[in-house]
Design a protein around this ligand. Sequence first.
Ligand SMILES: [Zn+2]
Length: 400
Amino acid sequence: MSIANKWEERRKNKLSAVLSILLLFLSLSLVFSQTLQIANASTNQKAAASRVVVTAPDLNVRESGGNTSKIIDVVHKGETFTVIQTVNHWTEVKLANQQTGWLYSGYVKKIASKVETEATVHAPALNIRQEPDLSSDVIGQLPSGAKIQVLKEQGGWANIVTTSKVSGWVDKSYLTQQQTSSSQEADHEHSSTQTRSGLTKSNEQAQQTESKHPNPTPLKGKVIVLDPGHGGKDAGTTSRFTGTHEKTLNLATAATVEQRLEGAGALVIMTRTTDIFIPLEDRAAVSNENHADAFISFHYNWSNDPSAKGISDFYYQASRDHLLAANVINEVAKSTGLEDNGSGWNNLSVLRNNTQPSILLELGFLSNQTDNATAESSGFPDQVAQGVYQGLFNYFQTID
Ligand SMILES: [Zn+2]
């Protein structure tokens, strides 16, 4: 071995020693951070995911809890946030950019929901992403068997919160969901909505909606509870022609309405976002506990008479609900082109147990060939969404 070769050998040995130390350091820090994560997860396990809605027009977001803390952002009425913790009169929330901040608790309201869904991960390492998109950043990972809360669903994605308060999106096909609310026998209220008697044409009432001082954004900040009828073991009616279950159409329609109303600045709360069974009293309770400005239950109708067709909506307390019912059915009839059977009184659980303005929409007969074809056409949910939006727009402009 020449002198030059020896030098080369020593240089290589030195390099590999440096590399080994570096690798050791890296693996140690990896183990350390994982231990930290596990410790973090176990201390927070009891906390359930909750959300708040901002009730003040403009609300400062502070770096920590206290009036003298630095202002880092401003949020607005109707915006909702996942709660991390509450300390004294301050609520720490997760902001849109995955950062956190503190809001004064007097200007936020907790969103009550009976329908939070617990789920279990069944994949070896499930990525949590920032957005419901495969190209979005991975912000965490869940081991198989991990328990999480599902807040909402969108496409094939579930918006989740882990026990250590990490929130993000996961592929929902790797989740097994369990409903956490109590299970009761279905009250077969749908059968009582199949009558067409007692309905009144709504055009006259709905035309009285012009305001002297029109508000250009009457839905902004309004709390709207949407209730997709039936679900889980309760399929509702079934199409005479295609076998499609009513519960499936109700959910698809309400989800499209949700998007439309959120786009107009409303705070929308869904009684269910998946195919689960929810007792009728729990649906009204979501409306009552959130002091909904409007509650709308979505259904499709059925009759032994195949010629029965058209849409209608129902209310329970005329002085409170009739204007809402008239405005909505009038606009949904226009946007869908279906026959308008008007609004009528009906003794339905979700309306009777409601303390808020509430209606139940029947969006056509799945026993009528024309209605069914329209109801199952791809553009129908958007048409309904446009009608519900315009109906609520007119209604709030009238009463505000
Ligand atoms: Zn129904």
